[in-house]
Design a protein around this ligand. Structure first.
Ligand code: AHR
Length: 500
Protein backbone atom coordinates (compact mmCIF):
# COMPACT_ATOMS: atom_id res chain seq x y z
CA UNK A 1 0.00 0.00 0.00
CA UNK A 2 1.52 3.35 -1.09
CA UNK A 3 0.76 6.26 1.21
CA UNK A 4 0.04 9.67 -0.31
CA UNK A 5 -0.22 12.64 2.06
CA UNK A 6 -1.74 15.86 0.76
CA UNK A 7 -1.80 19.01 2.84
CA UNK A 8 -4.67 21.12 1.54
CA UNK A 9 -3.58 23.97 3.83
CA UNK A 10 -0.12 24.26 2.31
CA UNK A 11 -0.17 26.07 -1.00
CA UNK A 12 3.39 26.11 -2.31
CA UNK A 13 3.47 27.94 -5.65
CA UNK A 14 1.30 28.82 -8.59
CA UNK A 15 1.25 26.39 -11.48
CA UNK A 16 1.52 28.69 -14.47
CA UNK A 17 -0.64 27.58 -17.35
CA UNK A 18 2.43 28.10 -19.56
CA UNK A 19 3.91 24.89 -18.10
CA UNK A 20 1.68 23.13 -20.63
CA UNK A 21 3.04 25.24 -23.49
CA UNK A 22 3.80 24.05 -27.00
CA UNK A 23 6.47 24.57 -29.64
CA UNK A 24 6.09 24.71 -33.41
CA UNK A 25 9.08 25.06 -35.72
CA UNK A 26 9.50 25.31 -39.47
CA UNK A 27 10.56 21.70 -39.45
CA UNK A 28 9.19 18.82 -41.51
CA UNK A 29 5.40 18.82 -41.53
CA UNK A 30 4.83 20.78 -38.32
CA UNK A 31 3.88 24.16 -39.77
CA UNK A 32 3.18 23.20 -43.39
CA UNK A 33 0.45 20.55 -43.60
CA UNK A 34 0.30 20.05 -39.82
CA UNK A 35 -1.02 23.48 -38.92
CA UNK A 36 -1.15 25.52 -42.09
CA UNK A 37 -2.49 24.26 -45.40
CA UNK A 38 -3.13 27.59 -47.13
CA UNK A 39 -6.42 29.27 -47.92
CA UNK A 40 -6.90 27.34 -51.17
CA UNK A 41 -6.51 23.86 -49.73
CA UNK A 42 -9.24 21.21 -49.95
CA UNK A 43 -8.54 20.48 -46.30
CA UNK A 44 -11.07 22.51 -44.30
CA UNK A 45 -9.34 25.62 -42.98
CA UNK A 46 -9.91 29.12 -41.70
CA UNK A 47 -7.46 31.60 -43.21
CA UNK A 48 -5.21 28.66 -44.08
CA UNK A 49 -5.17 27.03 -40.59
CA UNK A 50 -6.50 23.48 -40.40
CA UNK A 51 -9.87 23.48 -38.68
CA UNK A 52 -9.54 19.95 -37.26
CA UNK A 53 -6.12 20.62 -35.71
CA UNK A 54 -7.07 24.02 -34.30
CA UNK A 55 -10.22 22.50 -32.74
CA UNK A 56 -8.22 19.71 -31.11
CA UNK A 57 -5.66 22.19 -29.75
CA UNK A 58 -8.37 24.43 -28.34
CA UNK A 59 -9.75 21.46 -26.45
CA UNK A 60 -6.54 21.01 -24.48
CA UNK A 61 -6.33 24.76 -23.81
CA UNK A 62 -2.90 25.30 -25.34
CA UNK A 63 -1.70 28.24 -23.23
CA UNK A 64 1.25 29.49 -25.29
CA UNK A 65 2.99 28.68 -28.56
CA UNK A 66 6.69 29.12 -29.31
CA UNK A 67 7.70 29.89 -32.92
CA UNK A 68 9.53 29.88 -35.44
CA UNK A 69 12.23 27.61 -33.92
CA UNK A 70 14.40 25.98 -32.71
CA UNK A 71 17.48 25.99 -34.86
CA UNK A 72 15.37 27.52 -37.62
CA UNK A 73 14.97 30.71 -35.55
CA UNK A 74 18.62 31.72 -35.83
CA UNK A 75 18.45 31.61 -39.62
CA UNK A 76 15.03 33.17 -39.94
CA UNK A 77 14.78 36.64 -41.41
CA UNK A 78 11.32 37.85 -40.57
CA UNK A 79 11.05 40.34 -43.41
CA UNK A 80 11.12 37.40 -45.85
CA UNK A 81 7.81 36.23 -44.35
CA UNK A 82 5.62 39.34 -44.71
CA UNK A 83 3.82 41.02 -47.61
CA UNK A 84 2.16 39.40 -50.64
CA UNK A 85 2.83 35.67 -50.57
CA UNK A 86 3.77 35.45 -54.23
CA UNK A 87 6.65 37.85 -53.72
CA UNK A 88 7.98 36.38 -50.48
CA UNK A 89 11.56 35.15 -50.69
CA UNK A 90 12.22 31.45 -50.83
CA UNK A 91 15.04 30.02 -48.74
CA UNK A 92 16.66 26.69 -47.95
CA UNK A 93 15.85 25.20 -44.60
CA UNK A 94 19.43 24.15 -43.94
CA UNK A 95 18.74 22.64 -40.54
CA UNK A 96 15.80 20.47 -41.51
CA UNK A 97 16.04 18.42 -44.65
CA UNK A 98 17.37 21.15 -46.98
CA UNK A 99 13.87 21.74 -48.30
CA UNK A 100 12.64 24.98 -49.82
CA UNK A 101 10.90 27.26 -47.35
CA UNK A 102 8.55 29.54 -49.25
CA UNK A 103 7.80 31.75 -46.27
CA UNK A 104 4.07 31.54 -46.86
CA UNK A 105 3.67 31.15 -43.10
CA UNK A 106 5.19 34.23 -41.47
CA UNK A 107 4.50 36.75 -38.72
CA UNK A 108 0.89 37.54 -39.72
CA UNK A 109 0.05 33.86 -40.06
CA UNK A 110 1.56 33.04 -36.67
CA UNK A 111 -0.57 35.62 -34.90
CA UNK A 112 -3.62 34.41 -36.80
CA UNK A 113 -2.91 30.84 -35.65
CA UNK A 114 -2.56 31.95 -32.03
CA UNK A 115 -5.76 33.97 -32.31
CA UNK A 116 -7.62 30.89 -33.52
CA UNK A 117 -6.15 28.64 -30.82
CA UNK A 118 -6.65 31.35 -28.19
CA UNK A 119 -3.10 31.15 -26.84
CA UNK A 120 -0.29 33.49 -25.87
CA UNK A 121 2.59 34.18 -28.22
CA UNK A 122 6.23 33.30 -27.72
CA UNK A 123 8.45 34.53 -30.56
CA UNK A 124 12.04 33.34 -30.76
CA UNK A 125 14.31 35.98 -32.28
CA UNK A 126 17.38 35.49 -34.42
CA UNK A 127 20.60 36.35 -32.64
CA UNK A 128 22.82 33.77 -34.37
CA UNK A 129 22.74 35.26 -37.86
CA UNK A 130 20.62 38.37 -37.45
CA UNK A 131 21.47 41.90 -36.45
CA UNK A 132 20.34 43.90 -33.47
CA UNK A 133 18.51 46.15 -35.90
CA UNK A 134 16.64 43.24 -37.45
CA UNK A 135 15.50 41.97 -34.07
CA UNK A 136 14.57 45.41 -32.86
CA UNK A 137 12.57 46.17 -36.02
CA UNK A 138 10.66 42.90 -35.70
CA UNK A 139 9.53 43.91 -32.23
CA UNK A 140 8.58 47.35 -33.55
CA UNK A 141 6.67 45.75 -36.45
CA UNK A 142 4.72 43.49 -34.14
CA UNK A 143 4.00 45.76 -31.21
CA UNK A 144 4.26 49.48 -31.97
CA UNK A 145 1.00 51.36 -32.11
CA UNK A 146 1.75 54.68 -33.79
CA UNK A 147 3.58 56.21 -36.70
CA UNK A 148 6.90 54.51 -37.42
CA UNK A 149 8.50 52.79 -40.40
CA UNK A 150 7.72 49.30 -39.09
CA UNK A 151 4.22 50.07 -37.81
CA UNK A 152 3.45 51.66 -41.20
CA UNK A 153 4.76 48.60 -42.99
CA UNK A 154 2.55 46.35 -40.86
CA UNK A 155 -0.46 48.48 -41.72
CA UNK A 156 0.44 48.32 -45.43
CA UNK A 157 0.47 44.55 -45.07
CA UNK A 158 -3.06 44.58 -43.77
CA UNK A 159 -2.73 44.71 -39.99
CA UNK A 160 -3.15 48.18 -38.62
CA UNK A 161 -3.31 47.36 -34.95
CA UNK A 162 -0.29 45.86 -33.20
CA UNK A 163 -0.30 42.35 -31.79
CA UNK A 164 0.70 41.24 -28.32
CA UNK A 165 4.04 39.51 -27.95
CA UNK A 166 3.89 37.80 -24.58
CA UNK A 167 7.36 36.24 -24.61
CA UNK A 168 10.43 36.93 -26.71
CA UNK A 169 13.46 34.62 -26.86
CA UNK A 170 16.87 36.14 -27.65
CA UNK A 171 18.35 33.36 -29.77
CA UNK A 172 18.00 29.59 -29.51
CA UNK A 173 20.64 27.05 -28.53
CA UNK A 174 23.34 29.65 -29.04
CA UNK A 175 25.81 27.13 -27.62
CA UNK A 176 25.13 25.04 -30.77
CA UNK A 177 23.06 25.65 -33.90
CA UNK A 178 22.45 29.26 -32.84
CA UNK A 179 26.08 30.34 -33.29
CA UNK A 180 28.36 28.00 -31.31
CA UNK A 181 29.00 30.66 -28.68
CA UNK A 182 30.70 30.43 -25.35
CA UNK A 183 28.52 31.31 -22.37
CA UNK A 184 30.20 34.55 -21.37
CA UNK A 185 30.07 35.78 -24.96
CA UNK A 186 26.40 34.86 -25.20
CA UNK A 187 25.71 36.60 -21.88
CA UNK A 188 27.23 39.81 -23.22
CA UNK A 189 25.39 39.50 -26.53
CA UNK A 190 22.17 38.88 -24.62
CA UNK A 191 22.64 42.10 -22.68
CA UNK A 192 23.13 44.00 -25.92
CA UNK A 193 20.32 42.47 -27.99
CA UNK A 194 17.72 42.61 -25.24
CA UNK A 195 18.34 46.34 -24.82
CA UNK A 196 16.64 46.91 -28.16
CA UNK A 197 13.67 44.67 -27.51
CA UNK A 198 11.53 47.65 -26.52
CA UNK A 199 8.29 47.71 -24.61
CA UNK A 200 6.18 49.94 -26.82
CA UNK A 201 3.04 49.13 -24.92
CA UNK A 202 3.30 50.69 -21.48
CA UNK A 203 0.67 48.31 -20.12
CA UNK A 204 2.06 45.06 -21.42
CA UNK A 205 5.66 44.12 -20.88
CA UNK A 206 7.30 41.65 -23.23
CA UNK A 207 8.85 38.90 -21.10
CA UNK A 208 12.39 38.28 -22.32
CA UNK A 209 13.94 34.85 -22.35
CA UNK A 210 17.66 34.21 -22.47
CA UNK A 211 19.09 31.08 -24.03
CA UNK A 212 19.87 28.57 -21.31
CA UNK A 213 21.76 25.34 -21.09
CA UNK A 214 21.80 22.14 -23.00
CA UNK A 215 20.94 19.41 -20.52
CA UNK A 216 23.62 19.26 -17.79
CA UNK A 217 25.82 22.14 -18.98
CA UNK A 218 25.85 23.82 -15.56
CA UNK A 219 28.76 26.01 -16.57
CA UNK A 220 26.55 27.66 -19.19
CA UNK A 221 23.97 28.59 -16.56
CA UNK A 222 26.64 29.85 -14.18
CA UNK A 223 28.41 32.01 -16.78
CA UNK A 224 25.31 33.44 -18.43
CA UNK A 225 23.81 34.36 -15.07
CA UNK A 226 27.10 35.89 -13.99
CA UNK A 227 27.43 37.99 -17.16
CA UNK A 228 23.82 39.12 -17.10
CA UNK A 229 23.67 39.96 -13.41
CA UNK A 230 26.94 41.88 -13.39
CA UNK A 231 26.61 45.41 -12.03
CA UNK A 232 22.93 45.91 -12.46
CA UNK A 233 20.31 46.71 -9.88
CA UNK A 234 18.51 43.78 -8.26
CA UNK A 235 15.25 45.12 -9.74
CA UNK A 236 16.58 44.38 -13.20
CA UNK A 237 17.10 40.70 -12.35
CA UNK A 238 19.63 40.03 -15.07
CA UNK A 239 17.58 41.92 -17.68
CA UNK A 240 15.69 38.70 -18.16
CA UNK A 241 12.36 37.15 -17.20
CA UNK A 242 13.38 33.64 -18.07
CA UNK A 243 16.31 31.39 -18.81
CA UNK A 244 15.65 28.38 -20.97
CA UNK A 245 16.65 24.74 -20.53
CA UNK A 246 16.60 22.07 -23.24
CA UNK A 247 16.54 18.41 -22.41
CA UNK A 248 15.27 15.58 -24.58
CA UNK A 249 14.55 12.00 -23.55
CA UNK A 250 16.67 9.96 -25.97
CA UNK A 251 16.43 6.27 -25.03
CA UNK A 252 19.76 5.22 -26.60
CA UNK A 253 22.37 7.52 -28.18
CA UNK A 254 22.11 10.54 -30.50
CA UNK A 255 23.37 8.35 -33.39
CA UNK A 256 20.95 5.56 -32.71
CA UNK A 257 18.09 6.80 -30.61
CA UNK A 258 15.85 3.74 -30.76
CA UNK A 259 12.49 3.03 -32.39
CA UNK A 260 9.40 4.93 -31.31
CA UNK A 261 7.18 1.88 -31.51
CA UNK A 262 9.27 -1.31 -31.42
CA UNK A 263 10.85 -1.52 -28.00
CA UNK A 264 11.33 -3.98 -25.17
CA UNK A 265 10.60 -3.65 -21.46
CA UNK A 266 14.22 -2.77 -20.85
CA UNK A 267 13.89 0.19 -23.23
CA UNK A 268 10.72 1.25 -21.46
CA UNK A 269 12.44 1.55 -18.06
CA UNK A 270 15.55 3.09 -19.59
CA UNK A 271 13.35 5.77 -21.17
CA UNK A 272 11.62 6.44 -17.85
CA UNK A 273 14.95 6.72 -16.09
CA UNK A 274 16.22 9.20 -18.64
CA UNK A 275 13.03 11.20 -18.37
CA UNK A 276 13.21 11.35 -14.58
CA UNK A 277 16.68 12.86 -14.91
CA UNK A 278 14.80 16.08 -15.63
CA UNK A 279 14.29 16.40 -11.87
CA UNK A 280 18.04 16.57 -11.18
CA UNK A 281 18.52 19.05 -14.03
CA UNK A 282 15.84 21.37 -12.67
CA UNK A 283 17.22 21.16 -9.14
CA UNK A 284 20.84 21.80 -10.09
CA UNK A 285 20.26 24.57 -12.64
CA UNK A 286 17.85 26.16 -10.20
CA UNK A 287 20.44 26.08 -7.42
CA UNK A 288 22.83 28.03 -9.67
CA UNK A 289 20.11 30.51 -10.56
CA UNK A 290 19.42 30.92 -6.81
CA UNK A 291 22.94 32.32 -6.31
CA UNK A 292 22.03 35.31 -8.46
CA UNK A 293 18.28 35.32 -8.17
CA UNK A 294 17.31 34.02 -4.72
CA UNK A 295 13.78 35.42 -5.02
CA UNK A 296 13.17 33.37 -8.14
CA UNK A 297 12.18 36.32 -10.30
CA UNK A 298 13.73 34.64 -13.34
CA UNK A 299 11.70 31.69 -14.52
CA UNK A 300 13.20 28.46 -15.74
CA UNK A 301 11.73 28.00 -19.19
CA UNK A 302 12.00 24.38 -20.33
CA UNK A 303 11.16 25.37 -23.87
CA UNK A 304 12.21 22.10 -25.49
CA UNK A 305 11.52 18.73 -23.91
CA UNK A 306 10.07 15.38 -24.88
CA UNK A 307 11.08 12.10 -26.49
CA UNK A 308 13.37 11.95 -29.49
CA UNK A 309 13.48 8.61 -31.34
CA UNK A 310 14.66 7.45 -34.75
CA UNK A 311 12.29 8.79 -37.42
CA UNK A 312 9.50 6.54 -38.69
CA UNK A 313 10.98 4.17 -41.28
CA UNK A 314 10.69 5.53 -44.81
CA UNK A 315 10.28 9.16 -43.76
CA UNK A 316 12.70 12.06 -44.39
CA UNK A 317 15.37 11.91 -41.64
CA UNK A 318 15.39 15.71 -41.54
CA UNK A 319 11.68 15.85 -40.71
CA UNK A 320 11.86 14.19 -37.27
CA UNK A 321 8.50 12.48 -37.69
CA UNK A 322 7.87 9.85 -35.02
CA UNK A 323 4.94 7.80 -33.72
CA UNK A 324 3.74 8.08 -30.15
CA UNK A 325 2.79 5.30 -27.73
CA UNK A 326 1.85 4.75 -24.10
CA UNK A 327 5.55 5.24 -23.39
CA UNK A 328 5.17 8.86 -24.50
CA UNK A 329 2.03 9.19 -22.39
CA UNK A 330 4.05 8.23 -19.30
CA UNK A 331 6.93 10.53 -20.28
CA UNK A 332 4.45 13.40 -20.59
CA UNK A 333 2.74 12.64 -17.28
CA UNK A 334 6.03 12.33 -15.39
CA UNK A 335 7.45 15.57 -16.79
CA UNK A 336 4.29 17.56 -16.21
CA UNK A 337 4.19 16.32 -12.60
CA UNK A 338 7.82 17.36 -12.20
CA UNK A 339 7.21 20.83 -13.64
CA UNK A 340 4.22 21.28 -11.33
CA UNK A 341 6.28 20.25 -8.32
CA UNK A 342 8.99 22.74 -9.27
CA UNK A 343 6.61 25.51 -10.26
CA UNK A 344 8.32 27.90 -7.86
CA UNK A 345 11.05 28.07 -10.52
CA UNK A 346 9.66 26.44 -13.68
CA UNK A 347 7.43 29.10 -15.18
CA UNK A 348 6.96 27.73 -18.67
CA UNK A 349 7.67 24.52 -20.59
CA UNK A 350 7.13 23.83 -24.29
CA UNK A 351 6.97 20.26 -25.45
CA UNK A 352 8.69 19.59 -28.76
CA UNK A 353 6.73 19.77 -30.93
CA UNK A 354 3.02 20.37 -31.40
CA UNK A 355 2.27 18.54 -34.68
CA UNK A 356 4.10 15.86 -36.72
CA UNK A 357 7.53 16.45 -35.13
CA UNK A 358 9.08 14.54 -32.18
CA UNK A 359 6.68 14.05 -29.24
CA UNK A 360 3.61 15.52 -30.88
CA UNK A 361 0.09 16.14 -29.72
CA UNK A 362 -1.22 15.50 -33.19
CA UNK A 363 -0.22 13.55 -36.29
CA UNK A 364 -1.60 14.26 -39.74
CA UNK A 365 -1.60 12.43 -43.04
CA UNK A 366 -3.13 14.55 -45.80
CA UNK A 367 -6.63 15.37 -44.62
CA UNK A 368 -6.53 12.82 -41.78
CA UNK A 369 -5.62 13.70 -38.23
CA UNK A 370 -5.09 11.68 -35.05
CA UNK A 371 -4.57 12.60 -31.42
CA UNK A 372 -1.61 10.89 -29.79
CA UNK A 373 -1.40 9.35 -26.29
CA UNK A 374 0.58 12.48 -25.33
CA UNK A 375 -2.37 14.65 -26.39
CA UNK A 376 -4.63 12.71 -24.04
CA UNK A 377 -2.28 13.24 -21.11
CA UNK A 378 -2.25 16.99 -21.80
CA UNK A 379 -6.03 16.73 -21.87
CA UNK A 380 -6.00 15.11 -18.38
CA UNK A 381 -3.57 17.68 -16.96
CA UNK A 382 -5.23 20.86 -18.24
CA UNK A 383 -7.13 21.02 -14.92
CA UNK A 384 -3.87 22.13 -13.21
CA UNK A 385 -3.53 25.33 -15.23
CA UNK A 386 -3.26 28.39 -12.95
CA UNK A 387 -3.96 26.35 -9.78
CA UNK A 388 -1.99 26.41 -6.56
CA UNK A 389 0.40 23.54 -6.05
CA UNK A 390 -0.26 21.74 -2.76
CA UNK A 391 2.33 20.08 -0.57
CA UNK A 392 2.20 16.33 -1.14
CA UNK A 393 4.42 13.35 -0.52
CA UNK A 394 4.18 9.83 -1.82
CA UNK A 395 5.79 6.55 -0.82
CA UNK A 396 7.34 4.90 -3.82
CA UNK A 397 9.32 1.77 -4.55
CA UNK A 398 11.94 1.06 -7.17
CA UNK A 399 10.81 -0.95 -10.18
CA UNK A 400 12.49 -1.97 -13.44
CA UNK A 401 14.51 -4.77 -14.90
CA UNK A 402 18.14 -4.48 -13.97
CA UNK A 403 19.94 -2.32 -11.44
CA UNK A 404 20.77 0.19 -14.12
CA UNK A 405 17.17 0.80 -15.11
CA UNK A 406 15.41 1.00 -11.77
CA UNK A 407 12.99 3.92 -11.30
CA UNK A 408 10.33 4.94 -8.78
CA UNK A 409 7.04 3.22 -9.63
CA UNK A 410 4.85 6.27 -9.02
CA UNK A 411 5.00 10.06 -9.41
CA UNK A 412 2.39 12.60 -8.42
CA UNK A 413 1.48 16.26 -8.23
CA UNK A 414 -1.51 17.85 -6.53
CA UNK A 415 -3.13 21.24 -7.01
CA UNK A 416 -6.21 23.09 -5.86
CA UNK A 417 -8.29 25.15 -8.27
CA UNK A 418 -10.14 28.43 -7.71
CA UNK A 419 -13.27 26.52 -6.60
CA UNK A 420 -11.41 24.53 -3.98
CA UNK A 421 -11.41 21.31 -6.02
CA UNK A 422 -8.32 19.16 -5.51
CA UNK A 423 -6.62 17.68 -8.58
CA UNK A 424 -4.30 14.72 -8.16
CA UNK A 425 -2.37 13.47 -11.17
CA UNK A 426 -0.37 10.30 -10.81
CA UNK A 427 1.71 8.04 -13.04
CA UNK A 428 2.48 4.35 -12.64
CA UNK A 429 5.34 3.16 -14.88
CA UNK A 430 5.21 -0.43 -13.69
CA UNK A 431 4.29 -2.56 -16.68
CA UNK A 432 2.74 -5.35 -14.64
CA UNK A 433 1.71 -4.22 -11.21
CA UNK A 434 -1.15 -2.07 -10.08
CA UNK A 435 -0.58 -0.25 -6.75
CA UNK A 436 -3.12 0.41 -4.04
CA UNK A 437 -2.81 3.98 -2.77
CA UNK A 438 -4.13 5.31 0.56
CA UNK A 439 -4.35 9.09 0.35
CA UNK A 440 -4.57 11.15 3.53
CA UNK A 441 -6.11 14.57 2.99
CA UNK A 442 -5.07 17.07 5.64
CA UNK A 443 -7.42 20.03 5.96
CA UNK A 444 -9.98 18.73 3.50
CA UNK A 445 -12.92 16.35 3.58
CA UNK A 446 -13.49 14.36 0.42
CA UNK A 447 -16.75 15.32 -1.27
CA UNK A 448 -17.75 14.32 -4.79
CA UNK A 449 -14.98 12.39 -6.60
CA UNK A 450 -14.39 12.11 -10.34
CA UNK A 451 -11.49 10.33 -12.02
CA UNK A 452 -10.23 9.62 -15.51
CA UNK A 453 -7.33 7.65 -16.84
CA UNK A 454 -5.06 7.08 -19.86
CA UNK A 455 -3.91 3.48 -19.76
CA UNK A 456 -2.96 0.57 -22.02
CA UNK A 457 -0.09 -1.70 -23.00
CA UNK A 458 3.34 -0.22 -23.44
CA UNK A 459 3.34 -0.15 -27.25
CA UNK A 460 -0.29 0.92 -27.66
CA UNK A 461 -0.68 3.80 -30.07
CA UNK A 462 -3.22 5.52 -32.24
CA UNK A 463 -2.94 5.11 -36.00
CA UNK A 464 -4.80 6.56 -38.96
CA UNK A 465 -6.55 3.20 -39.31
CA UNK A 466 -7.26 2.81 -35.56
CA UNK A 467 -7.28 6.31 -34.14
CA UNK A 468 -8.86 5.55 -30.79
CA UNK A 469 -6.82 2.75 -29.23
CA UNK A 470 -5.50 5.11 -26.54
CA UNK A 471 -7.73 7.78 -25.07
CA UNK A 472 -9.14 9.22 -21.88
CA UNK A 473 -11.48 6.82 -20.08
CA UNK A 474 -13.62 7.22 -16.99
CA UNK A 475 -12.18 5.60 -13.85
CA UNK A 476 -14.54 4.64 -11.03
CA UNK A 477 -12.14 2.95 -8.63
CA UNK A 478 -11.76 5.80 -6.09
CA UNK A 479 -13.41 5.53 -2.67
CA UNK A 480 -13.78 8.09 0.09
CA UNK A 481 -12.24 6.91 3.38
CA UNK A 482 -12.18 8.27 6.91
CA UNK A 483 -8.87 9.99 6.26
CA UNK A 484 -9.23 10.88 2.59
CA UNK A 485 -9.50 8.59 -0.42
CA UNK A 486 -8.18 5.24 -1.58
CA UNK A 487 -7.74 3.74 -5.03
CA UNK A 488 -5.60 1.33 -7.00
CA UNK A 489 -3.64 2.81 -9.87
CA UNK A 490 -3.43 0.31 -12.76
CA UNK A 491 -0.13 -0.68 -14.37
CA UNK A 492 1.12 1.56 -17.18
CA UNK A 493 -1.19 4.47 -16.59
CA UNK A 494 -1.66 8.17 -16.01
CA UNK A 495 -4.53 9.03 -13.67
CA UNK A 496 -6.38 12.21 -12.74
CA UNK A 497 -8.60 12.37 -9.67
CA UNK A 498 -10.70 15.42 -8.85
CA UNK A 499 -11.95 15.72 -5.27
CA UNK A 500 -14.56 18.35 -4.45
O1 AHR B 1 13.16 20.42 -31.74
C1 AHR B 1 14.12 20.10 -32.68
C2 AHR B 1 15.43 20.84 -32.47
O2 AHR B 1 16.02 20.42 -31.28
C3 AHR B 1 15.36 22.33 -32.32
O3 AHR B 1 15.32 22.99 -33.54
C4 AHR B 1 16.62 22.66 -31.60
O4 AHR B 1 16.49 23.82 -30.82
C5 AHR B 1 16.90 21.41 -30.79
O5 AHR B 1 18.19 20.98 -30.93
Amino acid sequence: MAKLVIDANRKLSKINKEIQGQFSEHLGRCIYEGLYVGENSDIPNVNGMRTDVVEALKNIKVPVLRWPGGCFADEYHWKDGIGPKESRKKMINTNWGGVVEDNSFGTHEFFELCRQIGCETYINGNMGSGTVQEMSEWVEYMTFDGVSPMADLRAENGHEKPWTVDFFGIGNENWGCGGNMNPEFYGNMYRRYQTFVRDYDGNKKIRKIACGANSDDYEWTQEVMKACFRRISPQQHGMMDGLSLHYYTVPETWDHKGSATEFAEKDWYKTMKKTMYMEELIRRHSAIMDQYDPDKKVGMIVDEWGTWYDVEPGTNPGFLYQQNTMRDALVAGINLNLFNKHSDRVKMANIAQMVNVLQSMILTEGEKMIKTPTYHVFDLYQVHQENDLLASSLETEQVGLEDEYMVPNLTESVSVDANGVLHITMTNVDLEKAYPVEAVLLGKEAGEIKAEIVTGHMQDKNTFEEPETVGVQGFDGVQATKEGISFTIPACSVLHIAVK
